[in-house]
Structure formats: structure tokens, C-alpha cells
Write a protein that binds this ligand. Structure first.
Ligand SMILES: [Zn+2]
Ligand SMILES: [Zn+2]
Length: 594
């Protein structure tokens, strides 16, 4: 950091490199004082360095045996750094641990389910009989009997769950008064393959999730993994800084629709890839914006897949959106349709003619013989993939790359420094504000269609859907995508692992790190404590600065103990040692007796 040049004292033509003031400010002057760091900032910086949460949540814990109370700070657990940098970083380290663990697994993460016992099977048979009877009663229109059978089915399903069977046998039935009857005519959409898409091989998908093991001539085996980036197509040529060469010809509408439907496209890709490869390919990755603000996705893939296959599957993958046409925007945000309370319908502000309902609009599409989907999302030509060997620096670097932006809002990943970049973001956001996010989005009114289950509360251009928010750039869903059989663990499992590891290393069973202060890690410990929220104004809650100072002290002592323990530990102790680092447990769990 360069020392600031005092206003008015700057040389008339500052040299490019030499910005240091020629003379330090007079000691004791205001300028000299202003150059001293603020202690409050240093406290914050230190807390961040030590991984101490900056916005801890105070919980009052009462020992039920002794009646003694303690106020314990729990970390806020934010995942975005604008909320709390230390917590966001901790969360990122956990995600990295999760990705690392699943990436190079050599065994299947979850053991298959045990075979069902005889009485479990007989319960399913009983359920089958009830289903048969219900169907008969429904066809005879004996609704009283249907209701009785529904009740019996509900009871039996509860019993099935108690018997230790996972999941539901079948979806629930709907009564005749329900809003969306299951027997309603299913909309038939064109399932014809697009002529412009490549035909893919379709294999039966084996349950295997682990990649191939290769054997070298010398007998050593290795099991490489992969890294993949999927990108969307072009909306027009862009400059280095991501802004369009010709904003007037940049296809913002396509960019907005692609961003909104990108998650579905990714789902399709994994589905197609598994079918094409014939095994249950696992992935963990992150969706983030490119510099041009279009989403792209980085993935770690377990096992290897040929680059040709990845390219072919990407080229053959598309997602069609069968929604009403948005070619003509018939109304504006300033002059939208109006709600008619009597008719419970949105009507034209001038003619008072009701707008087409959602079903009418879809019927119109169905009746049209050569109908085309309103939007088709597909990937661009750029598909980057390469092999990664487990345990290498390359694997770690790739991991950091994949998780680089997960602590930031989409719009903050590439700071828009210039006016041109800000204008680009602004134009994309304008478009996102009038793009329909779902079939219930208020924006449908702009295109003369009442969305599904329309109410008088809809405000076009003001839909609360996440994709319309400036900070998301249209990336509304989850940004971290991890397949079901990746590491066989949830984030909480990984958190518990890290804690276990630290405890084992320190040789402690209790709580220097305040391990029992975390409610989701309580486990089977006897319930001797009652917890309640403590408010910052409560008498037994010290000022935030005091709490941060204590947490930092605890952390500092704990860290030096941990470092000493690390030194003592044998070299080949744990492969996760450096990865988990010193800060994965709780916030230090600072205690304040009261
Ligand atoms: Zn926090
Ligand atoms: Zn919306």
C-alpha cells in the first residue's frame, strides 16, 4: 500500500512510479494521525485472519443440572463474503474438502441398501391391494369408499415408513376437489429430437460411480479424474473486458433466457452423459458468470471420459422451453394490464378484454401443428476438459479455481470498473427484469398472458424471483452443484470430519474449540443443556468488540497448540492435514459466563 499523497501537496505532474510523498507529515499533525491504522479495523482484520466470525450469534446455554448460564457465540455461517468473510471462507474450505473427497474416490460412496425383509415385502403387497380397490371405487364413483381407502393407504404408508423402508411407494392421490387433479389431460409436447441435434448412443446406466483404474506396464495403478468447463454460445462479439463491440446488436434477450434456463441445460447434460457412457457419472462444480456476464460452469468429474464424448454430448444437449410466445411485448411495466376483481382475471387496460389464461395460451401452442418452443438453450462450441491426477498440485489448483467465486454474488465476481462494463450489466439486468422466470411469473402479463394461478397481487417487472435481481445476473438457482453420490457425505458430515480430525490431533475430547457449542454437532451427548437466543442488549452479553477479542485470543492459543501438535505428529498422518487447515471447526466458541 502506498502512503496517500496529501491533497494540494501532490507534485504538479506526478511521475508514474514514484507516488511516495517527498516529505513525511509532521509528527503530531492531523495528517500524521490519520496515517495511523484504526484499532477497530485491525481488530476486524485479525478476526478475519484467525477465522473468527464477525457477526456471531449469541446463544445462552443453561446447564440443566446446575442452573448456570453461559453466553456462547456461534458463527453466523454466512456463505457470501459480503456478509461475513471468515464464515464464507470456512464454508469454501468445507466445499473444497467435499469436492476433494469425492473427486478421486476409488470405492463406491454409499453401500447399497439391504434387501427388504419378508414383512416389509408383504406390506407393499397390501399397499398394492389397496391401490387396486381404490381404482375400482374411483371408477364406480363411490367417493365415500375412495375416502376410506385413502385413509387406509395413509395409515399403511406410515407403517411402511416405521418398518424402515425409505421413500414413498407411490405419489399421493388427489381428491376430486383438489386444485390440480392427477387425471387432468397431460400436455403432450413434441418429444421429437431436434433435427439440428446430434444423435447420441443410449446405454443402460450401471450403478457404478467410480472411474476406471489404469495399470501401467510396471504394475502400478492410477485412477485419473477430470475437470470440465461448459460454456454458452455467443450473443455477439465482445471486447477483452467482456463488453459487446456493438451493444445494439448484442442479443441480450437470448443471454437473459439462456441464463434463466441454464440449470435445466446442465441437468440434461449429466443425464445424457450418463446414458451415453453407461455408468452413473458423478460431478461437483460451480456455476459462475464469465466476464461477458453469461453463466458458465466448472466441474470436477470422478473418473475419466474421453474428450470427444464430452464434446459430442455437449453438442447434442439442449433444453426446449414450451411457453407462450414472447415475440411481442404488448404491455409495459408503466402501463400493465389491470386486475378485474369480479371476474378474477387480468384485463386489457383499454378494452377490458380478459387476457388469455395460462391454459388457453398453452392450448394455442398445442393446436398449432408446426409449433416451435419459445426458447431452446444449448451450449456453445467451447468445451474445455482435461485429466487431473489425484494428489497433485494441479488437482489442488484446479480445486481452488472451481471454488474461486463461490463466496461472491454473481454480479460481484467481475467488478465492473468502467462505465462501459456498468452499462453492459445494466442492459442485461433491464432484460432480466422483463424475462419470465417461471410459469407463475408476473412478467407474463407484459406479453398478454395471465400466468399460472394468477392473482391480483402480480406486478410485472416486480417479480420477486431471484433471476430478476441485479446481483444474480439471472443465475437464480443453486450455484454449487454436487451430484448425489459424490462423497457420500453432506456438508455437515464434512464439518464433523474436520472437527474429529482436530480433536484427534490435539488429543482432546472436550472443547478448547468449543466443539460442543455447535447444535448440529450435538450428536448423542446427554441433553443437559437448554439453549436460547441472547440479544445484544441483554446484560450478560458483552459488547461485540469484547467478544471478538476473546475469540481471537482463544484462536491464537489454539492455533499455536495445533501447530505444535502438527509438528509432533508423524509425517504421514492424514492426507487432509494441510487441506482442512486450522480453522475448520467452530468460531472459537467464546464463552462469557453469566
Ligand atoms: Zn460469520
Ligand atoms: Zn419472475
Amino acid at each position: 500500500m502506498n502512503a496517500p499523497t496529501l491533497p494540494g501537496l501532490a507534485p504538479a505532474e506526478p511521475a508514474a512510479h514514484d507516488t511516495k510523498p517527498t516529505k513525511p507529515p509532521r509528527p503530531g499533525s492531523r495528517a500524521a494521525r490519520m496515517m495511523l491504522p484504526r484499532s477497530a479495523d485491525v481488530l476486524k482484520d485479525l478476526a478475519t485472519d484467525y477465522g473468527v466470525c464477525l457477526r456471531p450469534i449469541s446463544m445462552r446455554r443453561t446447564d440443566l443440572d446446575t442452573g448456570q448460564t453461559e453466553v456462547i457465540d456461534l458463527p453466523c455461517g454466512a456463505t457470501r463474503e459480503d456478509k461475513c468473510l471468515p464464515c464464507a471462507r470456512r464454508n469454501r474450505r468445507l466445499r473444497q474438502a467435499q469436492i476433494r473427497e469425492g473427486w478421486h474416490r476409488a470405492d463406491e460412496p454409499l453401500p447399497g441398501p439391504e434387501p427388504a425383509a419378508d414383512d416389509q415385502r408383504s406390506m407393499i403387497v397390501m399397499r398394492a391391494h389397496l391401490e387396486f380397490e381404490r381404482d375400482k371405487a374411483a371408477r364406480d364413483a363411490s367417493w365415500g369408499e375412495v375416502a376410506d381407502l385413502d385413509e387406509a393407504i395413509r395409515e399403511l404408508e406410515e407403517a411402511i415408513t416405521t418398518e424402515g423402508l425409505r421413500g414413498r411407494v407411490a405419489p399421493p392421490h388427489h381428491g376430486p376437489d383438489d386444485e390440480e387433479p392427477e387425471t387432468g389431460p397431460r400436455r403432450k409436447r413434441s418429444t421429437r429430437r431436434r433435427q439440428d441435434a446430434v444423435e447420441l448412443p443410449r446405454r443402460k446406466v450401471e450403478p457404478r460411480t467410480v472411474g476406471k483404474v489404469y495399470t501401467a506396464p510396471d504394475g502400478s495403478t492410477y485412477q485419473p479424474s477430470m475437470w470440465l468447463t461448459l460454456t454458452l454460445g455467443s450473443y455477439g462479439p465482445v471486447r477483452e473486458d467482456g463488453t459487446p463491440l456493438n451493444p445494439g446488436r448484442y442479443d441480450y434477450r437470448r443471454a437473459a433466457w439462456d441464463a434463466v434456463h441454464f440449470p435445466r441445460l446442465l441437468d440434461r447434460f449429466w443425464q445424457n452423459l450418463r446414458r451415453c457412457e453407461g455408468w452413473n457419472v458423478q460431478y461437483a462444480g460451480c456455476v459462475e458468470p464469465q466476464r461477458r456476464l453469461a453463466p458458465h460452469a466448472h466441474f470436477a468429474i470422478r473418473g475419466t471420459i474421453s474428450r470427444d464424448v464430452l464434446r459430442t454430448v455437449a453438442a447434442a444437449t439442449y433444453h426446449q422451453v414450451w411457453w407462450p410466445s414472447v415475440d411481442v411485448q404488448r404491455y409495459s411495466v408503466d402501463r400493465p394490464p389491470v386486475w378485474n376483481e369480479q371476474a378474477k382475471s387480468w384485463v386489457d387496460p383499454d378494452t377490458r378484454v380478459p387476457l388469455a389464461t395460462w391454459d388457453e395460451a398453452l392450448d394455442a401452442i398445442d393446436e398449432e401443428p408446426d409449433t416451435e418452443p419459445v426458447h431452446v438453450v444449448r451450449f456453445g462450441n467451447q468445451v474445455d476438459a482435461r485429466g487431473v491426477m489425484p494428489g497433485t498440485e494441479d488437482a489442488e489448483r484446479t480445486l481452488r479455481y472451481i471454488t474461486k467465486y463461490i463466496t461472491k454474488h454473481a454480479a460481484d465476481c467481475h467488478p465492473s470498473g468502467t462505465g462501459r462494463q456498468r452499462a453492459h450489466l445494466e442492459r442485461l439486468w433491464q432484460q432480466l427484469q422483463i424475462t419470465p422466470c417461471t410459469d407463475r411469473c408476473a412478467n407474463w402479463l407484459l406479453y398478454g398472458v395471465q400466468p399460472k394461478q394468477a392473482t391480483g397481487k402480480l406486478r410485472p417487472g416486480r417479480c420477486k424471483g431471484k433471476v430478476h435481481q441485479r446481483s444474480t445476473l439471472g443465475i437464480g438457482g443453486r450455484r454449487i452443484l454436487i451430484s448425489r453420490d459424490w462423497s457420500g457425505k453432506t456438508l455437515s458430515d464434512h464439518k464433523a470430519d474436520a472437527r474429529e480430525w482436530v480433536r484427534a490431533l490435539l488429543g482432546v475430547t472436550t472443547d478448547l474449540a468449543g466443539t460442543d457449542a455447535d447444535p448440529d454437532a450435538a450428536g448423542p451427548a446427554p441433553l443437559r443443556h437448554a439453549w436460547e437466543m441472547a440479544h445484544p442488549t441483554d446484560r450478560d452479553v458483552p459488547p461485540l468488540a469484547h467478544r471478538l477479542l476473546r475469540s481471537i485470543s482463544e484462536r491464537a492459543r489454539w492455533r499455536s497448540q495445533l501447530l505444535a501438535a502438527k509438528d509432533r505428529a508423524a509425517a504421514g498422518d492424514s492426507p487432509n492435514l494441510s487441506a482442512i487447515g486450522t480453522q475448520t471447526t467452530t468460531n472459537g466458541g467464546a464463552r462469557h459466563s453469566g
